[in-house]
Every structure is written in C-alpha cells, then in structure tokens.
Ligand binder design. Structure first.
Ligand code: ZN
Length: 156
C-alpha cells in the first residue's frame, strides 16, 4: 500500500493557493506533496511518476475531491495551465535606464504588434513619459524586437 505506516500532517493551504501535506515515512524521510496528488496516489494505490501530474478539472486548485482530479502528463498539463512568459529587462532608448517588462506585459505587447501590425509604435520604453517624449521624435527611436520566452510553472 502506498504511504504505508507514514505519518501525514495537513492538509495546509500553501501560499500559491493549493493544499499540501507533509509526509513522514517510517524511516524518518520527509516529503511534502500536493494534497491532490496524495489523494490520487491513495486512490490508485501507486506512486505517480515524475512525468505525471494532477490536474484540477474545474481549475479550482483548492477543490481537492477525486471527481475533480485527473492524472495528466506533465508536459500536457503545463500546456493546459501553466505556460508563462518570462519577465525581461530592456534598456529605455530615451532615458537609458533598465526596466523590466513582466511576462504579461510582453504578451500584450506582442499581441498588440501582431494585431495592429503597428511597428511604428517605437519602444518599448520605461514609462509613459519616455514613450510620450519618443513619440515627438519617431525617427530617432527604434522598435525593439520583443520575443516571448516561455517557461512552465511546476505543479505539485
Ligand atoms: Zn525611459
């Protein structure tokens, strides 16, 4: 049986909004794992592979009931839920300061460029102020190439 003679603490609500538990094995080893994963492992009576992850069908990560849980391949799962764009650092062409665009800002910027094909919008710039300034001198500033870099948030 899985987790035989283990002591289980929790579930506790994690800061990312998921429940996890702490497991202490008879030999003293400790492991913390998502409560959802634990429930599925108990139900299936096997330990899930590293390539397997547990998906909340209704997308509510606190809804840890078996009917709402499904084993999916980790790669597929990240496609479903956890694909994110990395933050990137740029140098403002106006003030020369470094600034960060968050992943979601980068996603929006790329979409805007695609949608409007608006390469005349120079930048990106660090602020409205610098964008405003640059708009008066369109020939002086470039449209920097911005490409999304993706990463995946790990589940469990
Ligand atoms: Zn600036």
């Amino acid at each position: 049986m899985v987790y035989e003679n283990c002591r289980i603490y929790g579930p506790y609500l994690q800061s990312d909004g998921r429940y996890f538990i702490q497991i202490i094995f008879p030999d003293g080893r400790r492991k913390s794992t998502a409560y959802a994963r634990y429930l599925v492992e108990i139900d299936q009576n096997r330990y899930l592979e590293g390539s397997e992850t547990v998906h909340h069908i209704d997308r509510n990560k606190t809804n840890d009931v078996l009917d709402n849980l499904k084993i999916v391949d980790r790669i597929k799962h990240v496609m479903l839920d956890h694909k994110r764009i990395r933050d990137q650092i740029f140098i403002c062409q106006v003030c020369k300061k470094h600034f960060i665009l968050t992943g979601s800002q980068i996603g929006k910027l790329i979409n805007n460029r695609k949608r409007k094909n608006n390469l005349l919008k120079r930048g990106p710039f660090c602020s409205r102020k610098c964008r405003g300034y640059a708009s008066h001198y369109p020939d002086k500033y470039e449209t920097l190439r911005v490409e999304a870099e993706y990463f995946y948030l790990e589940n469990n």
